[in-house]
Design a protein around this ligand. Structure first.
Ligand code: SF4
Length: 249
């Protein structure tokens, strides 16, 4: 895995121009138009990574209904909620598409569990990050191999750590253009979009789960709590990130 200070050989000035053009154009575009523009502006393979959260469901709707040439990929960590698998299946039925799942590398995961235990991630931040690395970050690297664009559901007002999320930027570590078409949306506007278009969403959202990841590491939040407070709640002082975005933004 490349460290954030390294620049991927494919990160180019051309990509920077794509990112700047998208960021400039996004102000006047709706979600459908933003995704179509990303597809039009970025040559080569584009990957959308979904965890089936409400933001990702909005993006999936705009991708599938426009039949955009964007690969939709998810990470089946082995620890997902049954409700997440349910909305995954509902999404495939609704749009008549299958969604590619990447799983952790079997041998590495077997070794980690044998060494640390099935819930070893609770013992330290380092072990938690190592589990996320095995189950999410390494598969992400495979998902984005040879890709020139990456679509995410990040919003700037999800957390203070995400407050600088741009419309689009070059990810120098991965050598691609990272596009965040919901960067300036609120949770309420995403929910309204999902309601308006009758998009399937994870049933856990109706039970106080705002940000949904792996089952043992996610809980519902109380009214007024930060959106990501339910993730790794036992790590009071840590960033609420799994490493998919934090190291390469
Ligand atoms: Fe492991 Fe929890 Fe990270 Fe999932 S969220 S990969 S179970 S530490």
């Amino acid at each position: 895995m490349l460290a954030s200070s390294q620049t991927h050989p494919y990160a180019t000035a051309t990509q920077d121009r794509f990112a700047q053009a998208l960021a400039r154009d996004f102000a006047n575009l709706n979600l459908f138009e933003r995704l179509a523009a990303a597809r039009r502006e970025i040559p080569g393979r584009i990957v959308f990574t979904t965890s089936f959260g409400i933001e990702d469901q909005a993006i999936a709707h705009a991708v599938f209904t426009q039949d955009l040439d964007i690969d939709v990929v998810t990470f089946d960590t082995g620890r997902l909620f049954a409700e997440t698998h349910d909305v995954w299946a509902q999404t495939e039925r609704r749009y008549r598409r299958t969604i590619r799942a990447l799983l952790p590398e079997r041998g590495a995961l077997e070794d980690w569990i044998a060494c640390n235990g099935i819930d070893g991630f609770r013992r330290s931040i380092e072990l938690r990050q190592a589990c996320c690395e095995l189950r999410k970050v390494e598969p992400l690297g495979r998902a984005l191999a040879q890709a020139s664009g990456w679509i995410t559901g990040l919003r700037a007002n999800q957390s203070t750590g995400r407050s600088a999320t741009p419309a689009a930027s070059v990810d120098p570590g991965r050598g691609l253009v990272k596009v965040n078409p919901l960067f300036d949306w609120t949770r309420a506007s995403v929910a309204e979009f999902v309601h308006t278009h009758d998009i399937p969403y994870n049933a856990l959202h109706d039970r106080g789960f705002l940000s949904i990841g792996c089952a043992p590491c996610t809980r519902a939040v109380a009214p007024g709590e930060p959106e990501r407070a339910g993730r790794w709640w036992w790590e009071q002082d840590a960033k609420k990130e799994c490493g998919l975005h934090g190291r390469h933004r």
